[in-house]
Design a protein around this ligand. Sequence first.
Ligand code: ME8
Length: 645
Amino acid sequence: MENKKYYITTPIYYPSGNFHVGTCYCTLMADTIARYKRLRGYDVFFMTGTDEHGQKIEEKAKLANKTPKEYVDEFATNVKELWKILGISYDKYMRTTDEDHKLAVQKIFQKLYEKGDIYLGSYEGLYCTPCESFWTETQLVDGKCPDCGREVKLVKEESYFFRLSKYQKRLEEYYEEHPEFLEPISRKNEMMKNFFEKGLDDLCVSRTSIKWGIQVPFDPKHVIYVWLDALTNYITGLGYLGEDDHCFKKYWPADLHLVGKEIFRFHSIIWPAILMALDLPLPKKIFGHGWLVVDGKKISKSFGNYKDPRIYIEKTSVDHLRYYLLREVAFGQDGNFSEDLFIEKSNSDLSNNLGNLVSRVTAMVQKYNNGIITKSKNPEMLDYDKDLINSVSVLASKVEGRMDQLELNKALDEIWEVISKANKYIDLSMPWILAKEEKLERLNEVLYNLIETIRIIAVVLQPFMIDVPRKIFEQVGVEQDLQVWDSAYQFGLLKEGTKITKGENIFPRLEQGKELFKVEEEKKVEEKKEEPIKEEYITIDELEKIKLKVGQIKSVEKVEKADKLYKLSVDMGNEVRTIVSGLVKYYEPDELLNKQVVVVANLKPAKLRGIESNGMLLAAGDDDIVKLLVLDNNAGTLENGTNIH
Ligand code: ME8
């Protein structure tokens, strides 16, 4: 029998912050393919994990006041939890800090060194720490890292090098002979232009300036370059050069490495060259998917507060999120993430289209036939019956065609086309009229066609969704043998007498707008934002900081050589203060004497023309007219020093 193994990998993630919906995409895509292959009878090995060494992690751990190991342990636990919530069905979670991986990487390094493919040299060049990438001056864009746009550092140190240049020709020949190796083709072309035309340089594969990594076995002051450490996870995770390598023997070469477009270069140049140097077969396909973007910008940790995928799952369901991400990203292209679109698609595609179909049909079977499926003895098979049955019968093979091309969104398009057709079929066949007119044979035929359509839809939805296919099978009473993929090729397998149970609505409408996804902290921030923010407002607390008191002007002298200033002595009750005030233009000294005025009593003293002024008198007006605020003594006299509120 043909060996139907299928080995699929995702990139191993950097423990560098919170996960967002973008980072989930690759693993979700891999999970969908893995589930699909399992349903098709393949022996699947699906590996994902975390990339736990390197300068970036050393720095992050320091910032978090943790040891690198504590930092990566915590992160790996969180990622595993997230994958559980998202229904990621991995077979192995790879961690590059695992002892067997570290040993195998050292053996690989040794092997390449002994072969002469790694040699000692010295590196002087530019390094981008966030991307853990080496660059030459000409590769920079505006002096910054061409991948992430951040600052690069000048690095100068003794290093080991991998003879990447030696493999350029062989790589080019391999691409030529295996056109299916790198996809999408546009990405391959872009890479050939950017790297091969200029010629490949040897690659620096060790660092002496960092500690957090795997040591070069024969020269431990060197730590192995994190990308060499990370890329080899695809074979060490299977036991390559380890004690038990049966998985390696069984599953290598990988059938598919799924990677984001910005790391396609590492996977399509460096990784195949390392495999060539190790005399190992190359993976069958490397696919560089696009990004989830918001307003054209990649979602990333630096993008801001892009939310934790858990929020979307909590507020809707895991299948809502899976559906949205898988439908929105087209083959190799970027996909848009918007909360408005998420709600819109959930309501139109999931609630109105699929959810309604299931609830309407199961309700009709309950109402018109006590929940029992009955086959018609003399089916009429009108044109629209034939049309529906034909579409449903070829659905599985259409989905297969799309899945084999990695066009996951188009596979969903095919399924939704049939869902829409089934809804139209209800309108055309009008079961309620058939029931009213007691055309029971025809009614049975129509209801059977619909229920069988729903069964097959649920079968082919299994790779994409976690809970919904199972809920549909429960409601429609589909036994295990009719849930398997092959059962979708044949219309009419659902047995007579099957009992329908009307269950919960599988996709209730999301009535709220994107408000739904606001977390409590955001709501608080929003509430604060909604308060009118007018610059003239101060809080009562701020007002209370200003101490206003009644003072009485006891003497007035003009300040020498100052046209505008009077030196006043002001009786404040328990003290007499000197206050310098610019009132010369507006008042004669006599007019000021003995006036009770408003004094800002706690103003920081300031020197004006060499005189220390201890407070300020309040006045109204502008340059032309200034009127001092004075107390109205007709209403009785207040003691000097009285507080003003
Ligand atoms: O690159 N949309 O790890 P990583 C889609 N450790 N995919 C996105 C995305 C977005 N907005 N943001 C990130 C690494 N990704 C290395 C891999 S493999 C030997 C080593 C994807 O955590 C990104 O494209 O920075 C990549 O495929 C994956 O998340 C992990 O990125």
